[in-house]
Design a protein around this ligand. Structure first.
Ligand code: ZN
Ligand code: ZN
Ligand code: ZN
Length: 368
């Protein structure tokens, strides 16, 4: 699997005229070689020359964590008194064009630029992002398993099995985190819990505010679960619960949101521009007069990284292809009052949209 990915990466390097990739922390590294680097001041880098074997340059003390794959890369552990940037630079002397991992720390890139003085630098993401965006069946199975896990948690929120009233947002967020792990993820990526007017802030930081009756609670959470080759794949879901009897103004707002989200999912098929999915979702919200309150793009790709290509946003005329996986997550945020968002992960399947999250979409109304 990794060798096959490297083949595809090298073909694209040839197309784009990139001589070497240097990939450090971030999602490209595990996707390419199954190893995830810690974000440390010690450099880890996979060096992929277009026409030569790849080398994983890794701090010697991290080397025991590496699953060796001689068909994919050779290992070059470096000791505490060695200069890892010099090791990288000497693997490929003065390449004409180098692609640098999007999250590589500038301290390493700048040191590398001082050694490769005639090299032109590009983003490795130009090579890898379009490849990573199209998921193979095993990757889709991993995303589906992660989605099913957060669906089970969302169902407990929607039925009141996870208590909300009288607890702080932070307490509920911690509980969601524990359940994300208990449901088989190995990492919690985020667990937004926003009550009442806090739900008008899309990325609200859960705090000490106590959740009460007569308000909305927006929960947006996800984690990372091991998939093919031990590489992690992400989940991401948003559902809203109303505690008590919802006012008609909120019921109307939510109906618009639910219809818009369903329109977006329906449009998410191969051959459709990403921007078109955003347009049809947004149109429904605009028509109902809430357009000014939908303040973000409709969605983002998802895979090894929680947010990656393709972005479902105005201006991205890239055509969706079978295997693209992304969120459809419109929101309506009325500052000072309330807000709502509804999010599923959807795969553009060969025969139309394949929504991975199946838990109920209507507003969950809890008798409290
Ligand atoms: Zn978000
Ligand atoms: Zn989310
Ligand atoms: Zn999302």
């Amino acid at each position: 699997m990794f060798a096959e990915r490297l083949d595809r990466v090298r073909r694209r390097m040839a197309e784009l005229g990139v001589d070497v990739l240097v990939v450090s922390v971030g999602a490209d590294l595990p996707w390419l070689c199954g190893y995830e680097a810690m974000p440390l001041e010690r450099l880890t880098a996979l060096v992929v020359p277009r026409d030569d074997a790849a080398t994983l340059v890794v701090p010697a003390l991290e080397a025991p964590r590496v699953v060796e794959r001689p068909d994919v890369f050779r290992l070059r552990p470096w000791g505490e008194t060695e200069d890892p940037v010099a090791i990288v630079a000497e693997l490929v002397p003065e390449p004409a064009v180098a692609g640098i991992g999007d999250q590589m720390w500038s301290r390493f890139l700048i040191a590398l630029m001082q050694r490769w003085t005639r090299t032109r630098f590009r983003r490795a993401g130009e090579v890898t992002a379009p490849l990573r965006a199209v998921k193979d069946p095993d990757e889709i199975a991993a995303l589906r398993a992660a989605a099913a896990a957060v669906d089970r948690i969302a169902e407990r929120l929607r039925t009141g099995e996870i208590p909300l009233v009288g607890r702080s947002e932070a307490e509920v967020s911690a509980e969601l985190g524990r359940q994300i792990l208990a449901e088989g993820h190995h990492r919690v990526n985020f667990a937004i819990v926003a009550a009442g007017a806090n739900a008008a802030s899309p990325h609200h930081e859960p705090g000490e505010r106590i959740i009460g009756k007569g308000e909305v609670v927006l929960c947006d959470f996800g984690g990372t679960m091991a998939g093919p080759g031990g590489v992690g794949y992400c989940s991401d879901i948003t559902r809203c619960v109303w505690l008590g009897e919802p006012p008609s103004a909120f019921v109307e707002l939510y109906e618009v949101l639910q219809a818009a989200q369903a329109e977006g999912v329906k449009a998410a098929r191969a051959g459709v521009p990403a921007a078109e999915v955003d347009r049809v979702t947004r149109a429904r919200i605009d028509e109902a007069g809430y357009g000014a309150f939908f303040v973000h793009r409709t969605g983002h790709g998802i895979g090894v990284e929680a947010h990656e290509d393709p972005y479902i946003v105005e201006g991205n005329e890239e055509l969706l292809v079978a295997g693209h996986a992304f969120s459809i997550e419109p929101g309506i945020y009325v500052p000072g009052r309330w807000g709502a968002r509804l999010e599923d992960i959807v795969v553009a399947g060969p025969d139309g949209p394949d929504p991975l999250n199946r838990v109920g979409h209507e507003l969950a109304v809890l008798d409290v």
